[in-house]
Design a protein around this ligand. Structure first.
Ligand code: PFF
Length: 447
């Protein structure tokens, strides 16, 4: 605990593990490969990396420094720096985004959790693995059961607090994830015919790239780095004042990028080796991969099980950060204790999550936004509206209201390599404009 009674990361490695744990999740292992497949492979990867550097990294620094400066949750942070102004609404949007994202994130993570135990079923189904997926997501009881189990794990860890819950578990779980991923890469790239997948993934072919791919890459940058909703404000608020913030941000962005790129090395060689479709969409993980595992003989049971343990672990360390954002608001601002905040909000989010979990069974007729099912609508609302808007407003807040000079002063305290003019330029001009374009596209004005 720090002197103000709030939690505080005990070690630098602990903070980096927790922040990287938040960033690395379904976004890296499930979402990154399927959108890379959809938007043309290598060229998409190149653009994605450039956006990570020029947009993701500065926004990561911005959120962390706002958190460390104010020692507050997103709502408290804006309240402290711009008292009595409407900026507080941006903080509330973040808490709302955390609430909505976790409700369906837990449903997808629940599918992953259930797949740890389904190797028997998909191994037997072989190339009909799609049927297993459809029947598992359309089971009313199953959907709620796995969502409930996943939420319980998440509540349990956040309940433990910053040091004994989040930090301790992230330090254990993140290295496990890396090891599991490396094992799977070795299997995948040594499959006969893996080369074609590698060249799809690594050779940029700009003829397959589109403006829409650019926008998808930018959206992915926010989601994958947990930016735009104040998650990194919250995690930054538990940092010690003399932490080397720009360097930590560099580590987190690098680890997140490495894990996403490694996930691509697992998926594309295997997809091509077995003659499957790289643009299969969200099913790439839950349909294509089980089909791949089923063709590996007895070893497929092991590799399949390892893969879904990995995906669940990654999802868990992200889910706890989503719950922490919501809990921190209730702890700091409404003065609830941690127990009441995590259990109370965990249950509220669990209840909201029942709707997307029933979206493929009892509630399959319900379409909310643009004819999307419930889960897709929640995802659209949070990722295409709340996160980009939140990211753009953070940049505008720092660039045009609070001031990049103050931001630089906060970020550079204890920094080995200091942020400077390029940070200010990106925050003031490049990011607001770029994100505004994405946002317009997201709400369908351009797209
Ligand atoms: N970054 C997580 C992922 O890639 O799966 C998702 C996420 C976590 C988004 C936390 C936003 C957030 F605040």
């Amino acid at each position: 605990m720090s002197e103000n009674g709030r939690g505080q990361w005990q070690t630098r490695a602990g903070f980096i593990a927790a922040a990287a744990g938040s960033a690395i999740g379904l976004g890296n292992i499930w979402r990154f490969p399927f959108i890379t497949g959809r938007y043309g492979g290598g060229a998409f990867v190149l653009v994605y990396i450039l956006l990570l550097i020029f947009i993701g990294y500065p926004v990561m620094n911005s959120e962390l420094l706002l958190g460390r400066k104010t020692q507050k949750n997103p709502v408290g942070a804006y309240k402290a720096l711009a008292p009595g102004s409407p900026w507080i609404i941006v903080g509330f949007m973040g808490v709302l985004a955390g609430f909505v994202i976790l409700s369906y994130y837990s449903v997808v993570a629940g599918w992953s959790l259930s797949y740890i135990f389904k190797s028997g079923a998909y191994m037997a189904a072989g190339s009909d693995a799609a049927n297993i997926f459809v029947s598992s997501i359309s089971s009313t009881f199953g959907g709620i059961f796995w969502h409930t189990l996943f939420m319980l794990l998440c509540i349990g860890i956040v309940y433990g607090g910053v040091e004994n819950g989040i930090e301790r578990w992230s330090k254990i779980l993140m290295p496990v994830l890396l090891v599991l991923l490396l094992v799977l890469i070795v299997r995948s790239v040594t499959l006969p015919g893996a080369g074609e997948g590698l060249s799809f993934y690594l050779k940029p072919d700009f003829s397959a790239f589109s403006a829409e791919g650019f926008l998808a890459a930018l959206g992915q940058v926010f989601f994958t780095l947990s930016l735009g909703m104040g998650c990194m404000i919250t995690y930054g608020s538990y940092l010690k004042k003399d932490e080397d913030l720009p360097l930590d941000a560099k580590y987190v962005v690098s680890f997140d990028t490495i894990i996403a790129l490694l996930a691509g090395f697992v998926i594309f060689p295997a997809v091509f080796a077995f003659g499957l479709e790289p643009a299969a969409g969200p099913g790439l993980t839950f349909i294509t991969l089980p089909a791949v595992f089923s063709q590996m003989g007895a070893a497929g049971h092991i590799f399949g099980t390892i893969f879904f343990i990995l995906l669940t672990v990654a999802a868990l360390t992200s889910a706890i950060s989503l719950l922490e954002v919501v809990a921190a608001y209730f702890i700091d601002e409404i003065k609830w204790n941690r127990k009441k905040a995590t259990i109370g909000m965990g249950i509220a989010i669990w209840i909201l999550g029942i709707f997307p979990s029933l979206g493929y069974s009892t509630l399959s007729n319900v379409k909310l936004i643009k004819g999307f099912d419930i889960l897709d609508s929640f995802d659209f609302f949070a990722n295409n509206i709340l996160l980009p808007l939140g990211g753009m407003l953070i940049a505008i807040f720092i660039g045009w209201f609070w001031g990049t000079d103050k931001a630089l002063e906060e970020a550079n305290r204890g920094a080995s390599t200091k942020l400077g003019a390029s940070y200010s330029f990106l925050i003031k001009y490049v990011i607001p404009i770029a994100v505004f374009v994405v946002f317009l596209n997201s709400v369908g004005i351009l797209g």
